[in-house]
Design a protein around this ligand. Structure first.
Ligand code: FAD
Length: 278
């Protein structure tokens, strides 16, 4: 029978104390939409479950005067969607959030949980990769800032230590950026991606493409630039040479390769002929 001790952290300090004491035998609980499935299926068997939902500052979302976005790790996907001030250049984040799960799932699921669960198919991975987001990670030993591109280590693994918690996700200003998120799934309703992808093009000509569900972790390809949009095949070949898709219940490796071609072509079409204002 499944048995663990439920611990409720009302403040960040309390959470850090608990993580220092029990971290290696504990799981952090946010919305629980991934964790409860892992507990039910016996994939995770922690002795302690530390609930970080009550921590007030983990639910804040704001845009600074320079246009940078800061989201508390406990911001739910619906809270993100309801946030009216999301900068234009960060449209890909909104598109990804609105494709995640059902309304009920989005009411519980958090931004931090989506990243920390580290599914290769997580929907917020690709947009946050192309937009250069950074995670604020806190423990009793101090704080560190980890770029999302360094955070994922493999299927469901991250570089977090057992005594650490993600408190914030920071997205740098993206006023002069255009971004887009696309997703292919099996059904019209809610489902994880067979393949998802995001692209960002900035005024300085920097082109970034990120893909999910085609490698052990969400993948960023950033050695691209705007001039390459004139040779779509070259961009597609670069992307295809970076991926290592597998067959699973959602699709075959071959189908995923075709879908990567389709999605990258759509991103290229989306960005081709873009002119920046001002
Ligand atoms: C029916 C259904 C449909 C879904 N559809 C999608 C979908 O379309 N796209 C998609 O990407 N996902 C989907 N998911 C997965 C899930 O909803 C998301 O990954 C969600 O964002 C997880 O957030 P959470 O707050 O529920 O995380 P939790 O389940 O609470 O936690 C997930 C993991 O992250 C860790 N964690 C959570 N918060 C922190 C933190 N602040 N610091 C450190 N570690 C932390 C937990 O210990 C756990 O290991 C779906 C899930 C269900 C049940």
């Amino acid at each position: 029978m499944l048995s663990f001790q439920y611990l409720r952290a009302r403040t960040l300090d309390e959470a850090l104390e608990l993580l220092q004491k029990f971290g290696s035998n504990a799981s952090i609980l946010a919305g629980g939409t991934d964790l409860l499935v892992s507990l039910r299926d016996g994939i995770k068997r922690p002795d302690y479950v530390i609930d970080v939902k009550p921590i007030p500052e983990m639910h804040d979302i704001s845009v600074a005067s320079d246009g940078g976005l800061t989201m508390g790790a406990g911001v739910t996907i619906n809270q993100l969607l309801e946030f009216g001030d999301l900068p234009r250049g960060m449209l890909a984040i909104r598109q990804a959030a609105s494709s995640l799960g059902s309304y009920q799932v989005r009411s519980r699921a958090t931004v931090g949980g989506n990243l920390c669960n580290a599914s290769p198919a997580c929907d917020l991975g690709p947009p946050l990769l192309v937009l250069g987001a950074v995670l604020k990670v806190v423990s009793k030993q101090g704080d560190r800032l980890i770029p999302v591109r360094q955070f994922f280590e493999g299927v469901k693994t991250t570089c977090l230590r057992p005594d650490e918690v993600v408190t914030e996700i920071r997205v740098p200003p993206a006023e002069t950026t255009i971004s887009v998120f696309l997703k292919r799934k099996r059904i019209r309703g809610h489902d994880l991606a067979i393949v998802n992808a995001a692209g960002a093009l900035s005024e300085d000509g920097r082109l970034r493409i990120a893909l999910g569900a085609v490698a052990p972790r969400p993948l960023l390809i950033d050695d691209l630039d705007q001039s390459m949009l004139k040779q779509p095949r070259n961009v597609i070949e670069i992307v295809l040479s970076s991926i290592s898709p597998i067959d699973d219940v959602r699709g075959s490796a071959l189908y995923r390769r075709y879908m990567v071609e389709t999605l990258v072509s759509e991103i290229i079409r989306h960005f081709s002929g873009q002119h920046f204002e001002g």
